[in-house]
Design a protein around this ligand. Structure first.
Ligand SMILES: Nc1nc2c(ncn2[C@@H]2O[C@H](COP(=O)(O)OP(=O)(O)OP(=O)(O)O)[C@@H](O)[C@H]2O)c(=O)[nH]1
Ligand SMILES: [Mg+2]
Length: 256
């Protein structure tokens, strides 16, 4: 059977993190003003993200942008992380969701300081939202601030928040082809976590195929297999966080 392929008519436009992506699905040659507006929005966001990045660097706060499709296990991983190393790393959390305080309540139950940002119809956090959350949270110098973005494998990738690192979570129930189908999310990742590996015996998910797909989209990126519920791989994830905050603190070792 022949498959007809229709690509985006106009080139995508850049945003922070040095990628070449944009909301190109809305663009075509008959919508020049839409292109301009989009560039304005992304340009304004990038300027604010740069200000956030400067402020976070000055305060020696490590900001980690945690992204995935809905339900991959971001909050579950965070809750477990906070219980295990939250005090050691002085962690705070910004929760992004379209509606509800549900995730913030799960985080708050661990005793961690958390701010919930509701985006309403919006599909991602942006740099303005993070700036407001940073003011409300006032993370302490030398701490780790994790930002759980809105569950969405597309839009959050396009908006730089001023984070120091991007962590993409994918779970084994989503299908090994997803890095190829949603490349923008993986293309700017600093770390990719494969979650729910406890379910591997029960799902049709080929880890080698998935790993090759990640490598094709983001060559050389660090990949970790984890189970937020069973605990697999979490020590390596915590070591990654410790190394990140140690370098942010100017190379001094963190307390164990
Ligand atoms: N078996 C298994 N289930 C998991 C694991 N991690 C998370 N889950 C389950 O997956 C479901 C979704 O987890 P959440 O942590 O809410 O996912 P999320 O990415 O925060 O979801 P959104 O915030 O809605 O995008 C819950 O039922 C979790 O218990 C895991 O490692 N193994
Ligand atoms: Mg969540």
């Amino acid at each position: 059977m022949r498959v007809t392929e229709l690509g985006a008519a106009a080139p995508a436009h850049g945003h922070g993190h040095g990628s070449d992506d944009g909301h190109d699905h809305a663009l075509d040659q008959g919508h020049g003003r839409v292109v301009e507006l989009e560039e304005d929005i992304l340009g304004a966001n990038d300027a604010l993200a740069a200000a956030n990045r400067r402020a976070l660097a000055e305060q020696e706060v490590l900001a980690v942008n945690l992204m995935s499709s809905p339900g991959s296990g971001k909050t579950t991983l965070l809750v477990r992380t906070l219980l295990d190393v939250g005090a050691e790393l002085a962690m705070t959390v910004v929760e992004g969701d379209q509606e509800t305080l549900l995730d913030a309540e799960r985080i708050g139950a661990t005793g961690t300081r958390v701010v919930q940002v509701n985006t309403g119809a919006g599909c991602h956090l942006d740099a303005t939202m993070l700036a407001r959350a940073m003011t409300a949270l006032a993370p302490s110098p030398g701490s780790v601030m994790v930002v759980e973005n809105v569950g969405n494998l597309v839009c959050p990738a396009l908006f730089d928040l001023g984070e120091a690192a991007r962590v993409v979570v994918m779970s084994v129930t989503e299908g090994a082809d997803k890095p190829l189908k949603y490349p923008h999310m993986f293309r700017t990742a600093d770390l990719v976590l494969l979650n729910k590996v406890d379910l591997l015996p029960y799902v049709d998910f080929d880890v080698a195929t998935w790993t090759a797909a990640v490598e094709r989209v983001r060559p050389g990126v660090e990949v970790l297999s984890v189970s937020a519920t069973r605990g697999d791989g979490l020590d390596t994830w915590y070591a990654w966080l410790r190394a990140g905050i140690a370098s942010r603190r100017g190379g001094t070792a963190t307390s164990e």
